[in-house]
Design a protein around this ligand. Sequence first.
Ligand SMILES: Nc1ncnc2c1ncn2[C@@H]1O[C@H](COP(=O)(O)OP(=O)(O)OP(=O)(O)O)[C@@H](O)[C@H]1O
Ligand SMILES: [Mg+2]
Length: 271
Amino acid sequence: MIETNTSPAADAGPTALAVSLRGVTKAYDNGVEALGPLDLAVRKGEFVSLLGPSGCGKSTALRLIAGLAAPSSGTVRVARHEGEAQPGHGIGFVFQEPTLMPWASVRENVRLPLKLGGVARAEARARVDAALASVGLADFADAFPRELSGGMKMRVSLARALVTDPDILLMDEPFAALDEITRFRLNNDLLALWRNLRKTVIFVTHSVFESVYLSQRVVVMTARPGRIQADLRIETVEPRAEEFRTSAAYSDYCRKVSAALAPSYSGQSLL
Ligand SMILES: Nc1ncnc2c1ncn2[C@@H]1O[C@H](COP(=O)(O)OP(=O)(O)OP(=O)(O)O)[C@@H](O)[C@H]1O
Ligand SMILES: [Mg+2]
């Protein structure tokens, strides 16, 4: 059951929920039990990472939150503004692959969600340019995807997710294919965006280090069907920056998260 929650009570106060999953399970038609039962509550403006072994249902959980799939049982609630009744509204999705249209310019790629939403070209132009500027690509609006590096393509994908000004940003291992330096840079850019735009972010990653660096909370999932194994709060001096990566507190948190993750991998061969 997918619900749109627009009641004033649920919107009130700093602890209002952006996303709430209660007893959610997902079994696919082929009989694979991918998820759950999963209970997860994410507050508005929170940055939460989902961490867990391959196949534990992380992408499935994001798809359920985005309304791209329906749960087999349980409730998925997503807070939205009035007038945004359709599933997917108010949500930006960044996939693992940038999935850009190779024949279209960067500007046209980022305009796509607005075009699909019927926004007039003139109005879209300003919004696309603002989204591109927010990810540092103002000078590349007329470039084509083949002319961009992997990191730049990912920035385009992020701009495309931001262009509709969603309240909630779902990110599915967006930086996994990038080299480490580019990934670190994009981590910092994402944190700056999150601070400025105050969006709710649910970020899927396989990297303990990345999850601790970015998130206020790391949610560790069990092996399939994915449930919550641990829910750890990462507290440090904000705004966090590169110094955090080399701090003792950072190593400590990474150790704790790794320890919480270990049981999810037990019995799994790495070969
Ligand atoms: N459309 C589908 N039809 C059938 N089974 C599916 C479908 N999508 C995913 N699955 C199965 O559901 C399980 C969870 O998949 P999911 O993609 O959510 O995992 P994940 O945690 O995102 O994994 P990874 O870290 O490798 O991306 C897997 O066993 C997968 O094979
Ligand atoms: Mg996945």
